[in-house]
Design a protein around this ligand. Structure first.
Ligand code: SAH
Length: 275
């Protein structure tokens, strides 16, 4: 199948002009579809929430393997193309939802255990991650296509941690499955992409009772980029530098440590000094 040709033909037929503002870059490489599907480790009884289904090439693939796919697509025309395509192929286990994923409550979908698979519109990446990872009803796993730089920041280790890395690693074990060059999409975006897999876990965060408070502390820790952690904590919590240093030491760290040098479990230890 020539995905580039098919994509262009469908867009012409339905008068779709891919909009950058909606992150409409369609994947046109067979191998990449296969990698996404493989990474999601799909089982016959899985329920998959697909976000930004576009022309539906990934959707139909998923539908052939799993029990049910719920495909959320913002664009009216694309949702229509998908619906028509599914009918013509006799695929009945896909529910097309025409709307903005950010406006739904996850409980609206009515499932308990599910996986998320998405070639995301890159402009919604961080808000999307926050929504799904902090949700009460979290997916068991997410396989996402993201901007390469963002994927690399997510899987970073000390001394390259960031608020984003701590946030994602608090809830999941992230792994880059593959780098996907810009020429695997049409229209070709300006940046390269990466497939990332997030296995949602509870280990790291089980002892944190109040997640909001925890992240308030982490944000304070990262508030001024190159400063020592104790200085940021002092300023953010309105405590003296000596008090902040004491907390850092009592949590078991060098008083000169910086926020980007701490693992998730280190933040959890530090949190113990603030409750
Ligand atoms: N999965 C397709 C398309 C990826 S492009 C493929 O791999 O080829 C990203 C898709 O997300 C576009 O179809 C775009 O219309 C859709 N989209 C953008 N913002 C969205 C939102 N907030 N909610 C749901 N879908 C969105």
């Amino acid at each position: 199948m020539d995905w580039l040709k098919t994509t262009k033909q469908l867009c012409q037929l339905y008068e779709i002009k891919p909009a950058r503002s909606r992150g409409q870059n369609f994947l046109i490489k067979e191998e990449v579809y296969e990698k996404i599907v493989k990474a999601a480790d799909l089982k016959a009884d899985d329920i998959v929430l697909e976000i930004g289904s576009g022309l539906g090439f990934l959707t139909t693939r998923l539908a052939k393997i799993v029990k049910k796919v719920v495909a959320v697509e913002l664009d009216d025309k694309l949702a229509e193309v998908l619906q028509t395509g599914l009918m013509s192929q006799g695929i009945k286990n896909v529910e097309v939802v025409n709307g903005d994923i950010l406006k739904f409550r996850i409980s609206d979908f009515g499932f308990r255990i599910y996986k998320v698979v998405a070639n995301l519109p890159y402009n919604i990446t961080s808000i999307f991650l926050r929504k799904f990872l902090s949700a009460e009803n979290k997916p068991e796993m997410m396989v996402l296509m993201l901007q390469k730089e963002v994927a690399e920041r997510i899987v970073a280790r000390p001394p390259k941690m960031s608020l984003l890395a701590v946030s994602v690693q608090f809830y999941s074990r992230p792994e880059i499955i593959d780098i996907v060059p810009a020429n695997c999409f049409w229209p070709q975006p300006e940046v390269d992409s990466a497939i990332i897999k997030l296995a949602v876990e509870t280990n790291g965060r089980s002892s944190v009772q109040n997640e909001e408070k925890f992240f308030r502390m982490v944000k304070i820790g990262f508030s001024a980029k190159r400063k020592m952690l104790k200085n940021n904590l002092g300023a953010g919590f309105h405590i003296t530098s000596a008090e902040a240093e004491k907390k850092v030491k009592e949590a078991g760290f060098n008083p000169k440590i910086r926020a980007q040098e701490l693992l998730v479990e280190d933040w959890v230890k530090l949190f113990g000094e603030f409750i």
